[in-house]
Design a protein. Structure first.
Lengths: 291, 691
């Protein structure tokens, strides 16, 4: 099918790929990972239980082992006590299980098909988001999941337009600048694309609204994710010029709040990444962190 | 629901139904429905129902004039396409701009027509009243809950997932001295003492799986000190989210400290700070292994402590005890236990020692104690008698060890003060034998195997029997007759004297009643019953009255004999008891008179009837020494008291006593003690002389 640009976008460079096709592909992904798809669809229903979820999860060994690994990671503090899948689901929470299933569904667990540094940025984003959540009155677990999934749109851009997107990323090292460029190139920025995909899968609006509001400085719903991108940028972007956190959060955070957060994120990020990707300890030792 | 159903072409819905549905959709004011289409590449609205007009505030003609993206201000750039997908329905939560310019947060469900050129958009405002009310209720619950926990003085944790905390209250922050930001997530784990963390995680795991429970855990404060707490965990479940826990914390540090202090007080002597008898018993019991050996005890008793107390005062006595405790602690080996057994008695317990090293320790202790000490202006040398016992195979229980040690100490004392005695086999055997005898005496009293013999007492003038004295006898099955000189003191030491005394009293009364039945007027007129010093308390008059009543005897048929020394132990109280007995109507006699240290002035005020002249003074008569017997008899006469001369063995003694004025006579020379039956026969034969 041919995409017809809207009249208002006539002056902008034509999109390099078919966004509708990209969105349609999200549906077909479900067919390739039926277990993950089932988890995505049942995990947020009110009558879901750890028993139900773990029973479904058991059919996808790779995903199940990642959930186990995550439940035993330092992030949840359970010190290796989690030995059953059902308990693992209890510990990490249903939303996190659903998020991990979504990661599997969209092939975000295959680093070869992702933009460079994808998971380094994602784990920083997710941990910053979860760590800062209480200060914004948000649930840390939901914030973690929003952070883990936020860059799904970017992965889709990369997947469908690898060269063009790499060029775009290189040209725009800051996240905000990059989103603007994505809008110009694809008609939609990566976070909005993520939000559409999540909405399509029935994720609650509390998780999609922050993705839509991140560039609205006046919108409080986007403040947590905005602050988290700033923390992730400070940790992962070389020669990054920090933006005052007070301005990004309309005074909810001060610069002096950040050192502990940066420290915590740096400490936990690698383990979270390994759990999400199902890596063993001897796999992949490279260190992407900027001290 | 959706009104734009995608209908397969081969199953066409009848036109009438289509129009009915369409009509209801048109006039519905509970649903807002718009129809959009692509006209020349631009999305335009072509139709809306009444509900949409009400929600948006636009008329149908106005709506047709504005581009669709104008309604959805947040869908910038090419994002309108996200809402108008050709091959599937889309559901989005978006603000919708109304005619007034205000944004209404709504859920939009957009469904494409089979042609892919038209979309039905159903708008549901999320800001409707029911939802607002629900949200308000939820918010109120949340606020109430957070107010409750935040203001609660009970430190409280609320988990988000696993060990991760979503909330801590001020009370918890205060308890550990950290800010909430430092504790949220997994930060609080660092406040749990590393040795207790496993337990805490275990309980969290169980709470997450639906269990409740509590565990004791130390929480380390920011300054490095720690508080001991009980953490109680409860399961928390949020539908659609998962499991968490609530933890409430009780700081028991102060309570434990108080309990420890109480336990210490219960087990330690407040004066010297040494372990007391209770702790000593526990300590030995905890280390005693029968047959193992290696345990030894020193039992120390300060010599002449009473002298210090009486002459220099109790404060000086206390000072001496404190100093002794200090010297003992300084002299024993590390690991030895020094305990205050009571009063001026101390016990040292050593492990892994033999007899010679224990004796060596006892010598060191004695030397250390004997160093002069300045007390109340005087130099005092605190000597001690020390009993030493080393565990042998004969010690079956921990108590045996202390008891032997006590025996050894008494031996040391008996052989002269300031000595050290190791318990020898003979002393142990004697002590054990005595213990066995006490048990047998108890049994004998219970089974009424203590029997009574009765010895007649005669009127001096006409030599007629006027009374009998009850004398207790114990015929032991194996040991034969056991003398009252042995078993009366034994009963007094072992607390059996009251039951023995009651037995004698009751049996005498019973026997008297029996003689009355058998002999009538020829029965013994009166019985003298001995009462021990230890029985001489306020219970005695009632016990006597009960015995008399039980056997229907007149009080004048009984005379209670009390030794002189018993009266002098506590003269005031003794006098009170005697007066009550007297009021009851029984006679009273002072036994063994002249052997004690009676105050003669005091004697005048005692309500007694009779003095019994001790047999030793009667015996002296044979040697020509009548002075004391004579004096006692004269004294009694002057006080208007009668006298009984005991131990009369010869007619000469009887004559001499009659000459001296003794009122009554008693002794082997006149009549032997007899059983109840023999006494009845004796009185039957001599009864004419009785009354």
């Amino acid at each position: 099918m041919t995409v017809m640009p809207f009249p208002s976008r006539a002056s902008v460079r034509p999109p390099a790929f078919d966004i509708e096709k990209v969105l349609a592909s999200i549906d077909t992904m479900a067919a390739q990972r039926p277990v993950a798809a089932q988890i995505v669809s049942v995990a947020n229903s009110d009558d879901t239980s750890a028993k139900v979820l773990s029973r479904i999860l058991a059919a996808d060994v790779a995903l199940a082992s990642r959930v186990m690994k995550l439940a035993n990671s330092a992030y949840f503090g359970m010190r290796g006590r989690v030995t059953s899948l059902q308990f693992a689901v209890t510990v990490v929470g249903f939303t996190t299980v659903r998020t991990m299933a979504t990661v599997a569904l969209t092939n975000l667990d295959d680093e070869s098909r992702l933009p460079e540094d994808f998971w380094t940025v994602t784990t920083s984003l997710a941990l910053a988001s979860s760590t800062l959540a209480p200060r914004f009155g948000e649930r840390p677990q939901d914030a973690l999941c929003v952070g883990l999934l936020a860059q799904m749109g970017a992965a889709l851009f990369h997947h469908n337009d690898a060269e063009g997107y790499a060029e775009l990323v290189a040209e725009h090292p800051t996240f905000a600048g990059r989103r603007y460029a994505e809008g110009r190139r694809y008609g939609i920025n990566s976070l909005r694309l993520t939000s559409v995909a999540l909405e399509q899968w029935g994720f609650p609006s509390s998780m999609t609204i922050p993705l839509n509001q991140v560039d609205e400085l006046s919108a409080p719903e986007g403040a947590l994710l905005r602050a988290s991108f700033e923390v992730a940028a400070r940790l992962t972007v070389e020669d990054y010029e920090p933006v005052p956190i007070t301005r990004l959060t309309r005074g909810q955070l001060r610069e002096e709040d950040l050192p502990t957060v940066l420290e915590q994120v740096r400490a936990d990020a690698d383990e979270l990444r390994r759990a999400m990707l199902g890596l063993t300890d001897d796999e992949d030792d490279e260190d992407d962190w900027i001290a | 629901m959706s009104v734009t159903v995608s209908v397969p072409h081969d199953e066409l819905v009848p036109a009438e139904i289509v129009s009915t549905v369409f009509y209801s959709a048109t006039v519905s004011d509970t649903m807002a429905i718009l129809v959009a289409e692509l006209v020349g590449g631009t999305a335009r609205l072509s139709w809306c129902n009444d509900g949409a007009v009400q929600l948006l505030g636009y008329g149908l003609s106005d709506l047709r004039a504005i581009p669709v993206e104008h309604l959805f201000p947040t869908l910038g750039g090419g994002e309108l396409k996200l809402l108008m997908r050709r091959e599937r329905s889309v559901r989005m939560t978006l603000p919708v701009r109304t005619a007034s310019g205000a944004d209404v947060e709504s859920v939009i469900v957009s469904t494409p027509s089979p042609s892919g050129r038209m979309w039905t958009m159903r708008l549901v405002s999320t800001a409707n009243e029911q939802e607002r009310a629900l949200r308000a209720t939820a918010d109120a619950h949340e606020r109430r809950f957070s107010t409750l926990t935040e203001r609660s003085p009970i430190p409280t944790l609320l988990s988000e997932q696993g060990m991760r905390l979503a909330h801590v209250n001020d009370a918890f922050c205060t308890l550990v001295g950290l800010r909430a930001e430092q504790l949220l997530g997994t930060g609080w784990i660092d406040t749990v003492h590393p040795d207790d963390l496993d337990d805490v995680v275990e309980h969290v795991a169980s709470a997450l799986e639906g269990g409740d429970g509590e565990t004791k855990a130390r929480l380390v404060r920011e300054d490095g000190t720690f508080r001991t707490t009980i953490i109680r965990f409860a399961h928390l479940f949020t539908p659609g989210v998962g499991a968490g826990f609530v933890g409430t914390i009780e700081d028991i540090t102060d309570r434990l400290a108080f309990e420890t202090q109480l336990a210490h007080q219960a087990n330690h002597d407040p004066l010297t700070g040494l372990p007391n008898r209770t702790l000593l018993a526990e300590y030995i019991a905890g280390r005693f292994r029968p047959g193992a050996g290696g345990l030894a005890c020193l039992f120390l008793d300060l010599d002449n402590f009473k002298v210090v107390n009486d002459s220099l005062g109790h404060a000086a006595g206390d000072e001496l005890l404190i100093e002794v405790a200090k010297r003992l602690r300084a002299t024993v080996r590390p690991g030895d236990l020094v305990a205050r057994f009571g009063g001026d008695e101390f016990v040292v317990v050593c492990e892994n020692v033999d007899e010679s090293s224990t004796v060596a320790l006892a010598e060191r202790v004695s030397l250390a104690l004997a160093e002069p000490l300045h007390l109340g202006g005087v130099d005092v040398r605190p000597y001690a008698s020390v009993g030493v016992t080393v565990q042998t195979s004969e010690h079956h229980a921990a108590d045996d060890l202390i008891r032997d040690c006590d025996i050894a100490m008494y031996q040391a004392k008996a052989s002269g003060k300031g000595r050290i005695t190791v318990l020898d086999q003979q002393a142990r055997a004697e002590a054990r034998d005595k213990l066995r005898l006490v048990t047998e005496l108890r049994d004998a009293i219970e089974r009424r195997e203590i029997t009574l013999l009765y010895q007649p007492i005669f009127d001096t003038r006409n030599r007629r029997p006027v009374a009998i004295e009850s004398l207790a006898r114990w015929e032991h099955a194996e040991r034969g007759a056991i003398s009252p000189v042995t078993f009366i003191p034994l009963a007094e030491e072992s607390g059996l004297i009251t039951s023995l005394g009651l037995l004698v009293l009751d049996e005498t009364c019973r026997q008297m009643a029996e003689w009355d039945r058998l002999l009538g007027a020829g029965a013994p007129p009166r019985a003298n019953v001995n009462v021990s010093a230890l029985q001489l308390d306020t219970n005695l008059p009632a016990q006597v009255a009960e015995a008399l009543a039980r056997h229907s005897l007149e009080p004048c048929r009984i005379s209670v004999e009390i030794t002189e020394s018993a009266l002098m132990k506590d003269p005031d109280s003794a006098r009170g008891v005697l007066q009550q007995l007297r009021d009851l109507g029984v006679d009273l006699a002072i036994d063994d008179f002249g052997t004690g240290y009676s105050s003669l002035a005091y004697l005048r005020h005692l309500p007694v009837d009779c003095l019994k002249v001790d047999r030793s003074f009667v015996a002296e008569l044979a040697d020509g020494h009548a002075e004391i017997a004579s004096a006692v008899i004269a004294l009694a006469r002057n006080l208007n008291l009668s006298t009984v001369a005991e131990g009369v063995e010869t007619p000469e003694q009887a004559d001499e006593l009659a000459r001296l004025g003794a009122t009554f006579l008693q002794g082997f020379g006149l009549a032997l003690p007899m059983t109840g039956g023999a006494t009845a026969a004796w009185f039957a034969a001599h009864g004419d002389r009785a009354r």
